[in-house]
Ligand binder design. Structure first.
Ligand code: GTP
Ligand code: MG
Length: 457
């Protein structure tokens, strides 16, 4: 996508399908003249009306009326994009919106690229990059908490924090440069330690934001939770219980589930993809082998594994051993079927997080609490939803912190050459921080961010 913006763009901003209304959005220098060309002329053309006005118009293609629409006029810079904007609110469904889009394009607009309205908002200074990303997060939010976090970010909570750190460090860089003007041995002793202190305070602030990444990842991407275990342990029974419906086939025949079964749920505000898998065992059956290979693949990707054990069978030392030695970031071990438990399990309590019977009096809310508890251990989900950083912010912030720490280490030497070098290196720190909010950016960065948007936003 090029970042020239002297033309006028148009797109359908609502989802196509049966609905009350659909919105076609037009933005750019010709938005108002284009609106004049596509409505049946009455007393006053749209371009002659004050901003904020809306009127019901007939949208025409030559002589033919294609829809009746409310036409809203917004004049730059007081609009989403910062440009003149006209919105046509026509009838829902796909036909009216497509017709309005066609006549608007025939009258001089061009089809917008994905995210181009928001990109223009960014280029016109209506929002910074962090806020533009929040728009996307808000559209993609799969839970209330994720939406609340995105809204905080859109309202500038994260931008203000990033700008605060940036401003502190630019002042620090200036003070550092000033020390270079002092003749050797004349710099007062207190100056460098004071600069180092301030740098360390900024580094801790950066770290506090880095610590929000994990919650950001859970809210934005959702958590992958895999249910694994031997055949017949009750994995599909658990999936169904968590979903509250009979999604997967349950039977007493080991090897019932062969493919992975994926379903989305939300627990404590965390969007979760729940995956039931084929039971783990040695088998001659080719189909089952493929299923088990998929189980292993999903276990590797999982944010949390729920491992189910069948209590009717005696403890298997090989299985228990694997649980304590194989790599898994987070795991919840459930001993199921305690209604018919083998007595030998009494001596193995320490391997197990919870024992229960999924078909006799299970407290599924307790299981849900355990799952969300394991997922967020170390995170405070009781706290009010707040802006949390994304993967892109994480990369830039951790590089910036790394560079800043290198600068501080150079300053600690108090050696003149090192101090001079540190001063140049501070620019890298500032560049990295500036890229977060878009103080500094390049076309490629904008492309990667805005191409993930839908058309019309
Ligand atoms: N007694 C008892 N039986 C249970 C319990 N939970 C599940 N079962 C039974 O165990 C059998 C296997 O359950 P599934 O949920 O199909 O087990 P699975 O782990 O998905 O098995 P595969 O798909 O073959 O790997 C079914 O007959 C269930 O009704 C329980 O708590 N107690
Ligand atoms: Mg199953």
């Amino acid at each position: 996508m090029s970042i020239t913006q002297n033309d006028t763009i148009a797109a359908i901003a609502t989802a196509l399908g049966e609905a009350g209304i659909s919105v076609v959005r037009v933005s750019g220098p010709d938005a108002l003249p284009i609106a004049d060309r596509v409505v049946r002329q009455r007393k006053e053309l749209p371009s002659q009306r004050p901003a904020g006005m809306f009127t019901l118009e007939q949208v025409i293609d030559g002589e033919r009326v294609v829809d009746q629409a409310l036409v809203l006029i917004m004049r730059g810079p007081h609009s989403y994009t910062g440009e003149d904007v006209v919105e046509f609110q026509g009838h829902g469904g796909s036909q009216c919106a497509k017709s309005i889009l066609r006549v608007v394009c025939n009258a001089g607009a061009r089809l917008a690229e994905p995210g181009e309205f928001t990109q223009r908002a960014f280029l016109n200074g209506r929002m910074d990059l962090v806020q533009a990303e929040a728009v996307l997060d808000l559209i993609h939010a799969r839970s209330n908490r994720a939406a609340a976090a995105a809204l905080d970010q859109l309202q500038g909570q994260l931008s203000q924090a990033m700008n605060g750190i940036y401003d502190d460090l630019i002042a620090l860089a200036a003070d550092l440069e000033a020390t270079l003007d002092f003749p050797e041995d004349e710099l007062p002793d207190a100056v460098l330690p004071e600069i180092i202190d301030r740098g360390q305070a900024s580094a801790s602030q950066i770290q506090r934001w880095l610590d929000t990444w994990e919650e950001g990842h859970l809210l934005r991407d959702g958590a992958l939770v895999v249910i694994a275990g031997r055949p017949n342990a009750g994995k599909s029974t658990l999936l169904n219980a968590l979903l509250g419906r009979e999604r997967a086939i349950v039977s007493g025949i080991p090897g019932t589930t062969r493919d992975t079964i994926e379903e989305d749920i939300v627990l404590k505000g965390i969007p979760i993809r729940l995956i039931d898998t084929a039971g783990l065992r040695e088998t001659e059956c080719e189909i089952e082998q493929v299923g088990i290979a998929r189980t292993h693949q999903k276990r590797l990707q999982a944010d949390l594994e729920i491992y189910l054990i069948d209590a009717t069978l005696p403890p298997d030392s090989h299985e228990i051993n694997n649980l304590s030695t194989d790599f898994q970031k987070r795991r919840l071990v459930i001993l199921n079927k305690i209604d018919q438990a083998n007595p030998e399990w009494k001596s193995h309590q320490n391997t197990i997080d919870i024992q229960l019977s999924l078909i006799k009096s299970v407290d599924i809310e307790r299981v849900k609490d355990l799952i969300s508890g394991k997922l967020v251990s170390g995170l405070d989900l009781e706290a009010r939803p707040h802006a949390v950083i994304s993967e892109r912010h994480y990369q830039l912030l951790s590089q910036a912190k790394h560079e800043l720490e290198a600068v501080l280490a150079m300053l600690l030497t108090s050696h003149e050459d090192e101090v001079a070098l540190a001063s140049t290196r501070m620019r890298d720190v500032l560049d990295l921080l500036g890229t977060i909010t878009g103080r500094t950016y390049h076309d490629e960065l904008l492309n990667t961010i805005f191409s993930r948007f839908c058309i019309g936003k």
